[in-house]
Write a protein that binds this ligand. Structure first.
Ligand code: ZN
Length: 195
């Protein structure tokens, strides 16, 4: 069950994305006045775990401004303890009631995981966290890259929803909504994968 707060937050994100995709962004809450307004304290209405891909800054694709979104960006929108701790901070200290996991079309990190092999340096740390999602799609057929991207989003959503000791109880109580979303680099549209 979606709390009204999370529902409203999701509606605001999707409305902003519709403006962006239509080329009608308002660029709200980016003025010096807004900067002054939020300088003392932040109260973002949503947290977003998004891929680092340069073509999808959450504040731009959701047509948001300063103090609106608590954004965590990491290649492949993967989870680790630091990402998880950041989400927990947003939820417990900032009162965020909606967490969005935002993947996207043609994600290079997911494609690297599909290619297999051992990437150089620490890139393997990213790919390793995507690989378990590939097991979810092997039998799916069709567009394997697209299926893997969606499975990777769903895997993170499932992990967050069951994360102890902080997130899972809040999800069960209906005080926290965690939602998967897919951004299309071509259309600019965000699709909600589940609720
Ligand atoms: Zn990506």
């Amino acid at each position: 069950m979606i709390s009204p707060t999370a529902n409203e937050a999701l509606a605001a994100l999707l409305a902003g994305n519709q403006r962006f995709a239509a080329g009608a962004s308002l660029g709200p809450r980016r003025s010096a006045d807004r900067r002054a307004e939020v300088a003392g304290a932040q109260r973002p209405f949503a947290a977003v775990i998004a891929c680092s891909d340069s073509r999808m800054p959450p504040e731009i694709i959701f047509d948001c401004g300063l103090g609106d979104l608590f954004v965590i960006r990491v290649a492949g929108n993967v989870l680790d303890d630091v990402v998880l701790g950041s989400v927990e901070f947003a939820v417990t200290s900032l009162g965020v009631g909606l967490v969005l996991v935002l993947g996207h079309s043609r994600c290079g990190a997911v494609m690297a995981a599909l290619e297999g092999g051992e990437p150089p340096g620490h890139i393997g740390s990213v790919v390793e966290r995507i690989r378990p999602a590939l097991a979810w799609v092997k039998a799916a057929g069709g567009d394997v890259v697209d299926a893997a991207i969606r499975a990777n989003i769903e895997m993170s959503v499932a992990a967050l929803r069951t994360s102890q000791p902080i997130l899972a109880p809040l999800v069960t109580d209906g005080r926290l909504q965690i939602v998967g979303a897919h951004y299309d680099l071509t259309t600019g549209l965000v699709e909600i994968l589940d609720r």
